[in-house]
Design a binder for this molecule. Structure first.
Ligand code: GRF
Length: 203
């Protein structure tokens, strides 16, 4: 069983998809040992508690810089024995030191088809650009924002009357299917990184 920490900042619907997969799929191969939020009071923390998973808050505002914040996140994850970090709606950027501590062991989900629309406002940026197709990317985290090797992507059509909310809701539906699939494959040791390419090996 791969022990993972899930990092969150908000509603935690992707966390919920992982909790459901880990409770419902005997072959999931991964156990969520802790949920860590950078802010208190978010519903992701309630979801963790409801599922009986330890919930921790590492407050960004308590740390003056990214380096010590990232170290505190890694220390908390390690305290629970986490072997990998899953960033599921985590709105902070980790320092290179964190990436060194978990090399190719940090996975992020992003609501656009990277390398298009990196950053915190991917859904409105895609809408404003007028793309007809957007989607979801799941990737390993490297030193640049929303840049590491892409593990999986799914396309989501953009409709003429979409608002940020309706498009994001359609994207989230795909996220909830894709993220558990990726974590399951990762836990099974099926994801091999070769430069920028991620090769899915046979199970
Ligand atoms: C998701 O769309 C994810 O791609 C992005 O932030 C959102 C988090 O949603 N990074 P939730 O908190 O999992 O509901």
């Amino acid at each position: 069983m791969l022990a993972v920490a899930v990092l969150v900042s908000g509603s935690g619907s992707n966390l919920q998809a992982l909790l459901d997969a880990s409770a419902g799929d005997p072959g999931f191969g991964s156990r969520i040992v802790v949920v860590i939020s950078d802010r208190p009071g978010v519903s992701a923390l309630e979801r963790a508690t409801r599922a009986g998973v330890p919930a921790e808050v590492v407050r960004w505002v308590e740390f003056g810089d990214r380096e010590s914040f990232s170290a505190a996140i890694c220390d908390t994850a390690e305290r629970y024995g986490a072997e990998a970090l899953i960033l599921a709606g985590f709105m902070r950027i980790l320092s290179p030191t964190a990436i060194d501590r978990y090399p190719n062991r940090i996975i992020n989900i992003h609501p656009a088809l990277l390398p298009a629309f990196p950053g915190a406002h991917a859904v409105p940026a895609a809408l404003a650009h007028g793309v007809k197709v957007s989607g979801v990317s799941v990737h390993f985290v490297d030193d640049e924002v929303d840049h590491g090797p892409i593990i999986a992507q799914r396309a989501v059509p953009v409709q003429a009357d979409d608002s940020e909310e309706t498009l994001h809701a359609r994207i989230r539906k795909e996220e909830h299917l894709l993220l558990p699939q990726v974590v399951k494959a990762f836990a099974a040791g099926r994801l091999r990184v070769d430069g920028r390419r991620v090769i899915w090996e046979e199970s």
